[in-house]
Structures are given as structure tokens and as C-alpha cells.
Design a protein around this ligand. Structure first.
Ligand SMILES: Nc1nc2c(c(=O)[nH]1)N[C@H]1C(S)=C(S)[C@@H](COP(=O)(O)OP(=O)(O)OC[C@H]3O[C@@H](n4cnc5c(=O)[nH]c(N)nc54)[C@H](O)[C@@H]3O)O[C@H]1N2
Ligand SMILES: Nc1nc2c(c(=O)[nH]1)N[C@H]1C(S)=C(S)[C@@H](COP(=O)(O)OP(=O)(O)OC[C@H]3O[C@@H](n4cnc5c(=O)[nH]c(N)nc54)[C@H](O)[C@@H]3O)O[C@H]1N2
Ligand code: SF4
Ligand SMILES: [Mo]
Length: 666
């Protein structure tokens, strides 16, 4: 008999949806949106619905595997755990615990996914990854400017006169914001989209502004110049709640509007018009993450923050420099779960340069890697380097639900349970502030096990089993303990299916910033040279003319519509292929038409695919969606660079010049 249960989406996504899941004969048969969930409102995307196939797929990993003589053989859990624990003990003893690397991303938004950190901290401290290929540059930028990265609550959008969507592919990546935009537009709010690609969100907008990839910070500077020229700045805010405005002013005075118009490829009239819009408060600035995956990414977000501040749109209803909402994650008792103070050794590489880190580490060398909740072979920049690095390890352990490109390289592959097979609570620090409950609905297939079980078993073998001697329920309560005094408990979340977290819905309304000065810092005291800069992407005709001569086109590698990164492609019918989307200017220059086979390349690598001509994209723009595995033509990260952003903590995935040519045969 079919029964319907509430649940939650575990995927790394802005929307963190509430689900209704149908279970029949011990199997998930349907995943739908929970109509009662205040954000989800009964609607979910295809990636959420496909979790049914993702749970039931015949390709799920069912047993622990060990590579013997180049091919995988099934082994027992006992053998796998004994051998992995033995290696962990050996490397710690002989070289120190930092000879082990923990490579991960955030593929499961459950509270208990933090237990991997608990394990590695108690083990003694491994080589960890810092920063983030996803949003690192922007988070650090907002830390410098505001002291943290906080967004307005979704419902506050109704208070905005204007909403500027700046490099967020809302219709594709953040569907409930899209619905929110449709609703506020009906009530007269004006919507603007600034993006090199005329995407589905641009179609909804009142105005679309096309920009050269990587130059948004310069555009924001131009808008501020015009605000000041027209005397439209918020003097009261600038005088009382900010520091460093004189540095910003000097910076803006150092360039002309003509220069800004030339480099951004946005006309001066449009820049003046945007200044008038920004002065017509309240204006909500909604920033995406694509825009900061450039070498100048930190400065880009800082200039957008500065624009929101100069125009008086910080801390007011309907305003905001909305990038991420760290208030959500900060609600939980992370440290109680992860026990960071228990590690006795530490080393870190940035997430971007993990491959270089592995290849160059000495004292100790990296001997063993453990990969959880991530697929670095397709997702981390410079795939060829990543492959070389992960192949060089003496022991690689991958814990996953599927045989990914990364798992193929492993010595041990451990099968993990999926979200519907365990109980957890789920949240995302990106858009809204609800935490959702997901009960255990079905048994994991074969011998797949929850990650938490794997950590506990390894901890037992390594002598700190008592620190894992908690049930899932106890671990969830531990993570929720910081919310108990606010009346949010596991019991409540279980019964009500979701809970609203106690966050500031209009951050900085009290004008008390978390910066060292307590003010908004145009010149950041958190940084050695905290002045904002008008920096440019590193791969552009302005910064590297010789490179731009050889590789004239800007390659974006945006998030795919129907897959969360690499996770859903293998479920597609028909099979996916590498689609090379090109601006019409590129088609004209290279004589390319729909479906032509092409090669796209630069000094880091190359990829083959089929052309699709974009209806409207900034001249010189090429896009290949990220996430495809080797089996479907390969990851576009063969072309991307592992350089870090200006503030050291973000990626430069989209700061990438390429060339393209037609292939006669593929
Ligand atoms: N369907 C789907 N949704 C997802 C995901 C997914 O894989 N698939 N992933 C989730 C995750 S982890 C994340 S981080 C978010 C990301 O959500 P988004 O930030 O919306 O998406 P991205 O693909 O990172 O960013 C791409 C957008 O930035 C634009 N862009 C690129 N360069 C520039 C630039 O220089 N200036 C401007 N103005 N715009 C630029 C692109 O054209 C595109 O519209 O999406 C989440 N949602
Ligand atoms: N070129 C390019 N590259 C990009 C991006 C881009 O825009 N362009 N975007 C970047 C961004 S924003 C992000 S967030 C990263 C995402 O990078 P990843 O998180 O590495 O990408 P996923 O493909 O989601 O891979 C997650 C893996 O974790 C597994 N997994 C899921 N749930 C669990 C679990 O509960 N336990 C375990 N053990 N495994 C689990 C999945 O099966 C999958 O294989 O990619 C980045 N890479
Ligand atoms: S992937 Fe995002 S939009 Fe889709 S169901 Fe999950 S949380 Fe909702
Ligand atoms: Mo991400």
C-alpha cells in the first residue's frame, strides 16, 4: 500500500525544499513538493523529483569495493573497515595525521553530514580544505564589509521597489525566488537582470543589461560614480555608519565613466540609468555566485556591497546586498558536533588548489585521501591536475552512492545511504531560513550504510569509539542544542516537519555591523590592505593581451538545468552530451552553426562537443554547463584554472579564456 510522508531535499541548492514522498512496498515511488512548506509551496524542480530514480537506480553502489590488480572486487564491510582503519593508524603513527587529506564538498545538506569533521578532528586532525570553489570569494568579501554574509528573508522582497538580479540564474538555480519575483512583479516591483547571458530570468525582467564576463565590479563602480555626480548618495548612512568612504571616493575618482563603459561594454547611459534606479529606494540587490568565480571575485562583491551601501540600501526593508544567508548555518551547534578543539595537528590547502597541494606536500607528504560528499574529478578545476594528484595517492577511499569519476580512481569505494534512507534535518545557508525534517523512509539497498555509521565503525577501530557512541537522534539533538532555548527542538521539527529559524529578517537594520569597527567598512580592517580595488579578471584582453589573442573567448561553465552538478546526468534519457553554447558573434567569427562538432581548448586542456547558438549572449561568450563525467564527454573543468580569487578563498572557474574550432569528424 502506498503511504505519503513528509521529507526534505538534501541537495546543495538555494531552495532547501520540503517534500512529500510516496513509499510503496518499501520503495520510494514519487517525490513531490510539500504544499504546506512556506517556501516550497508544493513546487519542486526536476532534480528533486529525480531523487526517486536516484534512490532506486540499479547503478547504486551496493557493497564495499577494493581495487585489486586494477579492478574492483567486492569485499566485506569488516575487511574494508579493518584495512582502512589500519592504514589510518599506520599513516598517523609513521608520518602524522596530516598525511591524510579529507577532500569534500557539500553534497548533503543534512546536519549529520558534519560528523565527518568530528571523525577527522578526533583522529588527530588531517589536511583539510579551506575556502570554497562555490562561493568563497564572495563570503570573504562580505565578511570584510559587513562582518558576515546575511540576506533578507524571502518575504521581504515584497517591500522592494526595484530588484536587481546580478549574475544569479534564478529561473534555473533558485526556482522559489523566481516564483517570488513573478509575484512581486505583479505588484509593480521592477526587475533588472545583469548577466552576460540572456537567460530565462532575463525574460521576466523589465530590463536586461548585458555585461562582459568578470567586469561587474567595474559596473558597480560606474554606478557609484554617477550616484555621487548626481548627489544621490545616502549621506546620513555614509556619515554615521561607515568607515573608509574617502578611500572609495578616491578610487572612483581615479577612473572615468568612459573607461568603465569601455571595459564593461555597458553604455554610459545605462550606467546613469542604473544610478537613478539605485537611488529610488528600496532596491534589493540579489547576487549570484557565478560572478565571483573570477580572480577579481572578492573585489567584485565588495564593489556591489559598496553600491548597496552608498545608495542607502543596507538594513532597510526591501533592500540588502543579498548573497548568502550564513545566519542559517550559524543557528546550529556545529562545534559540539565537530569538536574542532580536539585536533592536535592541522594543515590546510585551499579547495581550489587541492591537487597542487597533494602533489607538492612535504613534511608530511599526503599518502591517503578520503573523499566524502564530493566528486572532485568532475567538479574541481583543472581536471588533468586533479586526476594526476588523486592517482598519486598510496591509498584513496571514496564514500559515495555511485561510481563517480573520482570513485573510479579509488582503492576502496564505500557505498553510502541516501537521504530517504536515514533520518536527518536539512538546511541551506543560501536563501531562506527554514530547517526541514527528513525521516528514514526506506532501507538502504544492498549493504549501503549511512556515513555516520562508517565514521562510528572506524572510530571504534581507532580507539575513540566512545565519541561516536550516540544514536542519530542524539547527534541531531546535539546539533540542535543551540536552538532549544528558542523553542526549536527535534520533537518540534519532527512534528511540524519544518521550523522557522530565529534570524534577522532584515539584517543590519540596527546598523550594528560585525566588523572590527562595528561599522560598514569600505576599507576593511580585517584585511592587511583592506581598500577596495578596481581589479579585473586575470584572463582578459585588458590584463593578458597575448593570451586573449590566442584564446579570444570567455568560457562560462554554469550550473546545469536538470542536474545538481554531476549527480543527475546518468539518469537522463537520452544520454547527455557536451553542449557548447556560443554567442552569435562567435558563430559568425568561426563560421559555426547548430550541431556542428567543435573542439574548445586552452593551455590546460580541451573538450569536444556540439554547438548550440545562444539567442542573446554577450559577444565573445561561450558556455559549457559543468558536471558531465568522463563517460558523457568529460568535465569542462579540463579547461578551468585552479588559481585562487584575489582574497584567497574563492575559485576562478569562470575566469577562463578559450578558443574554438570546427571538427570535421568527432
Ligand atoms: N539546476 C541547478 N540548480 C542549482 C545547482 C545546480 O547544479 N543545478 N547548484 C546549486 C549550487 S551548489 C549553487 S552554488 C547555486 C549557484 O547559483 P547561481 O549563482 O544562480 O548559478 P551559477 O551557475 O553559479 O552562476 C551562473 C550565473 O552567473 C552568470 N554569470 C557568469 N559570469 C558572470 C559575470 O561575470 N557577471 C554576471 N553579472 N553574471 C555572470 C551566468 O551567466 C549565470 O546566469 O545553484 C544551486 N542550484
Ligand atoms: N566548471 C565548474 N565547476 C564547478 C562549478 C561551476 O560552476 N563550474 N560549480 C562549483 C560548485 S558551486 C559546487 S557547490 C561544486 C559541487 O561539487 P560536488 O559537491 O563535488 O559535486 P556533486 O556532483 O554534487 O558531487 C557530490 C558527490 O557526493 C555524493 N553524495 C551525495 N550525498 C552524499 C552523502 O550523503 N554521502 C556521501 N558520502 N556522498 C554523497 C554524490 O553522489 C556525488 O557523487 O562544484 C563546483 N564546480
Ligand atoms: S534541488 Fe533545490 S529546487 Fe530542486 S527540489 Fe531540491 S531544494 Fe528544491
Ligand atoms: Mo555551489
Amino acid at each position: 500500500m502506498a503511504t505519503v510522508h513528509h521529507s526534505a531535499c538534501p541537495l546543495n541548492c538555494w531552495d532547501s525544499c520540503g517534500f512529500l514522498v510516496t513509499v510503496e512496498d518499501g520503495k520510494v515511488t514519487k517525490v513531490e513538493g510539500n504544499p504546506e512548506h512556506p517556501i516550497t509551496q508544493g513546487k519542486i524542480c526536476g532534480r528533486g523529483r529525480m531523487l526517486e530514480n536516484r534512490t532506486n537506480s540499479e547503478d547504486r553502489l551496493l557493497y564495499p569495493l577494493k581495487k585489486i590488480g586494477g579492478s574492483f572486487q567486492r569485499i566485506s564491510w569488516k575487511q574494508a573497515l579493518d584495512e582502512i582503519a589500519e592504514k589510518l593508524a599506520f599513516y598517523k603513527e609513521s608520518l602524522g595525521s596530516t598525511s591524510v587529506l579529507h577532500s569534500h564538498d557539500y553534497a548533503n545538506s543534512g546536519l549529520l553530514s558534519n560528523l565527518d569533521s568530528r571523525f577527522f578532528n578526533l583522529y588527530g586532525g588531517v589536511t583539510e580544505l579551506t575556502g570554497s570553489i562555490c562561493w568563497g570569494a564572495g563570503i570573504e568579501a562580505q565578511n570584510w564589509d559587513f562582518g558576515d554574509a546575511y540576506s533578507h528573508a524571502p518575504e521581504d522582497l515584497a517591500n522592494s521597489k526595484h530588484v536587481v538580479i546580478w549574475g544569479r540564474n534564478v529561473a534555473r538555480t533558485n526556482m522559489h525566488l523566481f516564483q517570488n519575483l513573478q509575484a512581486v512583479k505583479k505588484n509593480g516591483t521592477k526587475i533588472y537582470v545583469i548577466d552576460p547571458i540572456y537567460n530565462a530570468t532575463a525574460k521576466l525582467a523589465n530590463e536586461y543589461i548585458s555585461i562582459k564576463p568578470g567586469f561587474d565590479g567595474l559596473l558597480a563602480a560606474g554606478i557609484m560614480k554617477e550616484l555621487l555626480r548626481l548627489n544621490l548618495q545616502d549621506e546620513e548612512f555614509l556619515a554615521n555608519y561607515t568607515v573608509g568612504f574617502q578611500h572609495l571616493k578616491a578610487l572612483l575618482d581615479s577612473v572615468t565613466l568612459e573607461y568603465i563603459s569601455e571595459v564593461t561594454e555597458v553604455s554610459a547611459d545605462v550606467i546613469t540609468h542604473l544610478a537613478e534606479i539605485y537611488a529610488d529606494r528600496p532596491v534589493s540587490t540579489i547576487m549570484g555566485l557565478g560572478m565571483q568565480r573570477y580572480e577579481n571575485g572578492g573585489n567584485t562583491i565588495r564593489l556591489l556591497d559598496a553600491l548597496a551601501a552608498v545608495s542607502g540600501n543596507i538594513g532597510i526593508p526591501g533592500g540588502g546586498a543579498n548573497y548568502a544567508n550564513k545566519q542559517v548555518g550559524q543557528s546550529f551547534a556545529y562545534n559540539e558536533m565537530a569538536l574542532p578543539e580536539r585536533k592536535t595537528a592541522a594543515r590546510s590547502f585551499t579547495m581550489m588548489r587541492q591537487a597542487e597541494g597533494i602533489l607538492s606536500a612535504i613534511d608530511p607528504e599526503i599518502k591517503m585521501g578520503i573523499v566524502t560528499c564530493g566528486n572532485p574529478l568532475t567538479q574541481v578545476p583543472d581536471t588533468n591536475k586533479v586526476k594526476e594528484a588523486f592517482s598519486s595517492l598510496e591509498t584513496l577511499v571514496v564514500i559515495d552512492q555511485y561510481m563517480t569519476d573520482t570513485a573510479v580512481l579509488a582503492d576502496y569505494v564505500l557505498p553510502a545511504a541516501t537521504a530517504f534512507e536515514v533520518e536527518d534535518v536539512y538546511y541551506s545557508s543560501m536563501y531562506h531560513h527554514y530547517v526541514n525534517h527528513g525521516p528514514k523512509l526506506v532501507e538502504p539497498p544492498g549493504e549501503a550504510k549511512p556515513d555516520a555509521w562508517i565514521w562510528a565503525e572506524l572510530a571504534n577501530r581507532l580507539g575513540f569509539g566512545e565519541e561516536f557512541n550516540f544514536t542519530r537522534e542524539e547527534f541531531m539533538k546535539m546539533g540542535l542544542s543551540s536552538l532549544a532555548e528558542k523553542g526549536i527542538t527535534l520533537e518540534k521539527i519532527r512534528t511540524e516537519k519544518f521550523a522557522e529559524l530565529p534570524v534577522d529578517k532584515i539584517p543590519w537594520a540596527d546598523r550594528n555591523f560585525k566588523t572590527p569597527s562595528g561599522k560598514y567598512e569600505f576599507t576593511a580592517s580585517a584585511a592587511p590592505d583592506g581598500k577596495v580595488k578596481l581589479s579585473l579578471p586575470s584572463e582578459s584582453k585588458w590584463t593578458n593581451p597575448a593570451l586573449a589573442e590566442k584564446y579570444p573567448y570567455s568560457l562560462l561553465t554554469i550550473h546545469p538545468l536538470r542536474s545538481n552538478h554531476s549527480q543527475h546526468f546518468h539518469l537522463f534519457q537520452p544520454e547527455p552530451y557536451v553542449k557548447v553554447e556560443i554567442a552569435s558573434s562567435v558563430a559568425a567569427e568561426k563560421g559555426l552553426k547548430e550541431q556542428d562538432h567543435v573542439r574548445v581548448w586552452n593551455d590546460r586542456g580541451e573538450i569536444h562537443g556540439k554547438v548550440a547558438v545562444l539567442k542573446a549572449a554577450h559577444p565573445g561568450t561561450v558556455n559549457i554547463d559543468e558536471g558531465l563525467s568522463a563517460r558523457f564527454g568529460g568535465s569542462v573543468n579540463q579547461l578551468t584554472s585552479s588559481r585562487e580569487s584575489d582574497n584567497g578563498l574563492g575559485s576562478t572557474l569562470y575566469d577562463c579564456l578559450v578558443n574554438i574550432e570546427k571538427l570535421e569528424k568527432d
